[in-house]
Design a protein around this ligand. Structure first.
Ligand SMILES: [Zn+2]
Length: 331
């Protein structure tokens, strides 16, 4: 995210939330790296800066159910929509989805759970859990109320608050799904790419709901190890990412990638719309015309099942290096 401008403005907020096209961009030039933060109280600092936890059932948004957007108390970035909020009975506000690119995940200091922070300012929010079965998305962002502000939908229509969002965002983030062998490597290579906001790893393309890594490894689920890429279309585009995908794995290997053998390691592009489909098909044709016997599957994206926490950012956490993914120019 370094290099983005973090001056929050009315029109940009509406973009991320998808309400209307931009009309005014915020002040500031494109090389500015300053972020504007709200002043925090000592209680807010304890949680947001020092990763504390508020008492359960004590926060003001735990049972709050108004229609609107939850924003970062520190920097004002939109984080969660009220439509993704549910009551997990745990005493903290719970969400089963996030605004794309708004949340960063990292292993917690306890070595067990996954901490979530505001992707824009790094402010501590809480923890995220998967596989608990509360909602069909099977994810629970457990967030401290004190880390959040709330902007009612009607107020946002009227005033343009929250006064936030990347000024550089002239369009909402988009998603792309690529499978190219072990997802640790695919994620590692794509995550370091200009314009990529975040990458998650998971499973797609099969028929088993809520698959575990164990099930996918054993075979028979039909799923491929897949990277979900959230990108800023003002800084990169689908074709650039798809080209890179074909150059960081070997698209001529069928049902394997390097030492990893099995259908879960197959090469696949899961497109979200016809535009992505056409771009990927064009790239496959170009590679074939250059003599590559491309076996990459081109299929419509289905449900993305997020993988277990320990697979996320695997190489960054372990300090290891990918063993079967490296850049090789093919175009
Ligand atoms: Zn923030």
């Amino acid at each position: 995210m370094i290099g983005h401008v973090f001056v929050w403005g009315l029109s940009a907020a509406a973009i991320v939330i998808g309400l209307r096209p931009p009309t005014v961009m915020s002040a500031g030039n494109s090389t500015e790296k300053t972020m504007i933060y709200n002043k925090l109280t000592p209680d807010e600092e304890r949680v947001i800066l020092h990763k504390g936890t508020e008492m359960p059932f004590s926060g003001k948004y735990y049972l709050y159910n108004a229609d609107g957007t939850y924003t970062c108390k520190r920097c004002g970035a939109p984080l969660y929509r009220s439509t993704d909020k549910f009551d997990a009975g745990c005493g903290w506000p719970s969400f089963d989805d996030e605004i794309p690119g708004a949340i960063k995940r990292a292993p917690d200091a306890d070595g067990v759970s996954t901490e979530i922070t505001c992707a824009h300012c790094g402010g501590h929010l809480g923890h995220v859990f998967v596989g608990e079965g509360f909602t069909p998305k099977n994810v629970r962002h457990c967030v401290n109320s004190i880390s959040l502000n709330f902007v009612p939908a009607h107020e946002m229509e009227k005033t343009g608050s929250p006064k936030v969002v990347l000024a550089s965002h002239k369009a909402p983030p988009e998603k792309a799904y690529f499978a190219g062998g072990c997802f640790w490597g695919t994620e590692y290579m794509l995550e370091k790419t200009e314009g990529v906001i975040s990458v998650r790893v998971g499973y797609m393309g099969g028929h088993t709901a809520n698959p575990t890594y164990q099930q996918v490894c054993e075979g028979g689920t039909g799923h491929a190890e897949t990277a979900e890429v959230v990108f800023d279309p003002t800084k990169t585009n689908y074709e650039k990412l798809a080209r890179l995908f074909f150059e960081i794995h070997d698209p001529t290997q069928k049902n394997r990638q390097g030492p990893d053998v099995g259908e879960q390691y197959r090469s696949a592009v899961f497109y979200v719309d016809d535009t992505q489909k056409q771009i990927a098909a064009k790239l496959i044709d170009i590679l074939k015309s250059k003599g590559y016997n491309v076996v990459t599957e081109l299929s419509k994206a289905g449900t993305f099942w997020q993988a277990e926490d320990y697979h996320q950012d695997y190489y960054d956490h372990t300090g290891k290096q990918p063993y079967c993914h490296f850049y090789q120019k093919r175009f």
